[in-house]
Design a protein around this ligand. Structure first.
Ligand code: TRP
Length: 339
């Protein structure tokens, strides 16, 4: 059987939250156990800098936070290579060659980039590096000859762009050097966990997240503030289950589905209070978050060790990316000094 090579990554712009956990981290922990599989997880600090040029400290500080979150949820550096994008210069070199294969019109058409440009309010001052980050992302993926890339729906355009580059490269240079990756989307309803206020997906900018590093008290406080049904005022009032964040979370995290169905019926009929439901959810969430939080606290005591893991991972990543870069330059005929 052919080896499955998985590459995925995150922009380090803050600590990771429950949305990251259900949408990707949990799955990564599972994937690293699969046979015939090698996984690379990249902290995309270079990409994060494309729209944070004026605020590099935020990115630098977030690198260690994201690494702590990875290790705390159980990503095992013995099985998975965790590395830092900025420490693998081969990726930047590949990007330069790929840029020649992509028109400006093509990068301007990328729907995710378009969306981000709108929300970031760059106006006429779009950083070139930001507009072209999908090309650099193609370099991240192809450098490891990744066959599978587990990411969210919003990353579809990046994978399309990558596949186009692979096809063009292999056609122009008449060699099957690069590998076309497949996108692996999260299971339905798991992709975008709603935030505690119900206003949209969990995100730092909306300030509606439960963080993996949040204390026990903080988690409880946030759950007790969760959006439910604004018309469910008295316990005896009938309540709505749809759009009720507590039920959305219980649907995901509560293993006792039979009891949950009973609770839903009761809630809809009237006679079940929000507080009772929230306390149930709190218990379930604490059970999931406590081991993560404890492990994270332990790891925080020795950050040098965490940086050492990133350093080792980056060394490994440089080797693999260097090999691909060599093949790329040879296919292109720019390997002037070989023999
Ligand atoms: N663009 C991704 C994000 O916003 C991060 C990323 C960078 C990435 N390079 C990647 C993801 C390569 C998968 C593969 O989260």
């Amino acid at each position: 059987m052919n080896k499955k090579i998985i590459l995925t990554g995150d922009r380090p712009t803050g600590k990771l939250h429950l949305g990251h956990y259900v949408g990707s981290l949990k799955n990564r922990v599972k994937l690293q156990e699969e046979e015939n599989t090698k996984m690379y997880i990249m902290i995309a600090d270079q990409q994060a800098l494309t729209d944070n040029a004026e605020n590099p400290q935020k990115i630098i500080d977030s690198v260690i936070e994201v690494a702590l979150d990875y290790l705390a949820v159980g990503i095992d550096p013995k099985k998975t290579t965790i590395f830092l994008q900025s420490q693998v210069p081969q990726l930047a070199e590949l990007t330069v060659y790929y840029m020649n294969l992509v028109t400006l019109a093509r990068v301007q058409r990328n729907p995710t980039v378009k969306q981000e440009l709108k929300s970031k309010d760059f106006g006429e001052s779009i950083p070139t590096g930001f507009l072209t980050y999908p090309i650099s992302q193609a370099a991240d993926i192809t450098a490891f000859k990744a066959t599978h890339v587990p990411v969210g729906e919003d990353q579809k355009p990046m994978l399309e762009q990558t596949r186009e580059i692979v096809r063009d490269f292999n056609r122009i240079y008449k060699k099957e050097v690069l590998v076309e990756p497949e996108i692996v989307l999260p299971p339905k309803n798991m992709g975008r966990l709603i935030g505690i206020d119900g206003s949209g997906k969990m995100s730092k900018s909306l300030n509606n997240g439960i963080y993996l590093s949040d204390s026990k008290e903080k988690v409880k406080e946030k759950i007790m503030k969760m959006y439910t049904d604004p018309n469910h005022i008295k316990v005896s009032d009938p309540g709505k289950v749809e759009g009720n964040v507590v039920f959305t979370y219980l649907d995901i995290f509560d293993k006792n589905k039979e009891e949950l169905e009973e609770l839903k019926k009761q809630y809809q009929k009237g006679g079940l209070g929000d507080v009772k439901l929230k306390l149930r959810l709190n218990e379930i969430m604490q059970e999931i978050l406590e081991p993560i939080r404890n492990k994270r606290k332990e790891l925080e005591k020795d950050k040098d060790k965490v940086y050492e893991i990133l350093k080792k991972g980056s060394e490994e990543a440089r080797k693999i990316a260097g090999q691909t870069l060599k093949e790329v330059k040879t296919a292109m005929g720019i390997n002037y000094f070989d023999n």
